[in-house]
Write a protein that binds this ligand. Structure first.
Ligand code: AMP
Length: 357
């Protein structure tokens, strides 16, 4: 296995807050980061050693970027597959193209999960109105229609409870390839952030419990209010997914928990560091960002235990402007992503509280 020793250069595709926090963690270990992003105002640029401002389809820029770095990674899952393939031709790309392609498409992802023995909601692919009707017959109501690609924070989704909802589906999908999922009855949503190193070592962080508002993550708490049995089961499932994908890096596996039935259903996989893992920066022995750097550079993985009870809250839009109370709170860790425009719903920063005994 190829180890990238501290002092090497890490390439990051994508310049958002996740890239920024990755670059900060990498700097602690003496690595330099080269960030590639088309947007010249990218938050990660503020903390990078080198930047490339170019389109993801710009072959010349990608070649120069790949030549400059010892290993490349990505901070968002919609990196075009051609971009990933180009980078992987010239340098190490971790996680690899397989992880990206599988998780970019909800149908491929669900097929992969079920083939790996991990349970998901029942699902059926459709494109046309006819196919949607057939899928509805099989899946039944309530159901959720989702476009196969480019959906995030509830975009490209319709919850189907009534006939009127059903009439909206084709409007939202626009005839693009989509899936119909059976509605899962759950008590809570959780995620497992898990790392797998280039040498194949795996370490999962404690399960975190996530509350969404308007489809956007609002808070994460650790430990999740679930039994030890479910905690262990969730970690085993996440580990199985990471191994089956031959994954290298940190990934998040989002799950629905039904406490009464003792059942866990996987919703989706994010092939990257994840918002529900931000609590680890101060709340765990190793942060998810440092863990990702360790995994892709093939260093030993760090300890994943929580330091106590942890709560993370996202600061969206103009919430970022009211930071004074967080600075005055001796138990709060405040993070500002350096974005200029506080648009509604935009992730601008977060706060973490750690309660040690
Ligand atoms: P997703 O974009 O797949 O993460 O879905 C966004 C949110 O919609 C999830 O966090 C759930 O709260 C809800 N949701 C998605 N799929 C289902 C489902 N099959 N059953 C019940 N709720 C769902």
């Amino acid at each position: 296995m190829t180890q990238i020793a501290p002092g090497g250069t890490i390439g990051i595709l994508g310049g958002g807050q996740l890239g920024r926090m990755l670059a900060l963690a990498a700097a602690n270990f003496g690595y330099r980061c080269h960030v590639f992003c088309p947007d010249k105002r990218s938050p990660a640029f503020q903390v990078a050693h080198k930047v490339t401002i170019a389109d993801y389809e710009d072959e010349e820029a990608l070649e120069a970027f790949s030549r400059d770095v010892d290993v490349a990674t990505y901070e968002f899952e919609n990196v075009p597959a051609v971009t990933a393939e180009l980078v992987a031709r010239d340098t190490l790309l971790r996680p690899g193209v397989k992880a990206l392609k599988t998780t970019q498409d909800r149908l491929l992802e669900k097929d992969f999960l079920n083939e790996s023995g991990v349970k998901t909601a029942p699902y059926k692919a459709f494109e046309t109105e006819e196919e949607l009707k057939l899928a509805m017959k099989e899946i039944g109501r309530p159901a959720v229609a989702k476009t196969r690609r480019f959906g995030y924070d509830g975009k490209g989704q319709v919850m189907i409870k009534s006939r009127a909802d059903l009439d909206r589906v084709m409007e939202v999908t626009g005839g693009a390839p989509a899936i119909l999922e059976g509605f899962v009855t759950f008590d809570r949503e959780v995620s497992v952030v898990v790392a797998r190193s280039a040498s194949g070592d795996v370490a999962a962080f404690p399960v975190s419990e996530n509350v969404h508002t308007n489809h956007i993550l609002d808070t994460t708490t650790v430990p999740a209010a679930i039994s030890e049995m479910l905690e262990a089961k969730a970690k085993v499932m996440a580990t199985r997914v990471a191994n089956a994908l031959e994954y290298v890096g940190v990934m998040a596996v989002e799950m629905f928990i039904n406490d009464g039935a003792g059942e866990i259903v996987v919703n989706e996989i994010a092939p990257r560091v994840h918002n529900s893992g931000h609590w680890t920066i101060e709340g765990a022995h190793t942060s998810q960002f440092e863990q990702h750097i360790r995994a892709i550079c093939d260093l030993p993985l760090g300890g994943t235990d929580a330091r106590g009870k942890v709560r993370m809250k996202n600061l969206l839009g103009t919430e970022i402007l009211d930071y004074e109370p967080y600075l005055a709170d001796p138990k709060a860790y405040f993070h500002h992503y350096g974005k200029q425009e506080p648009r509604p719903g935009r992730k601008m920063g977060h706060v973490t509280w750690v309660e040690t005994d």
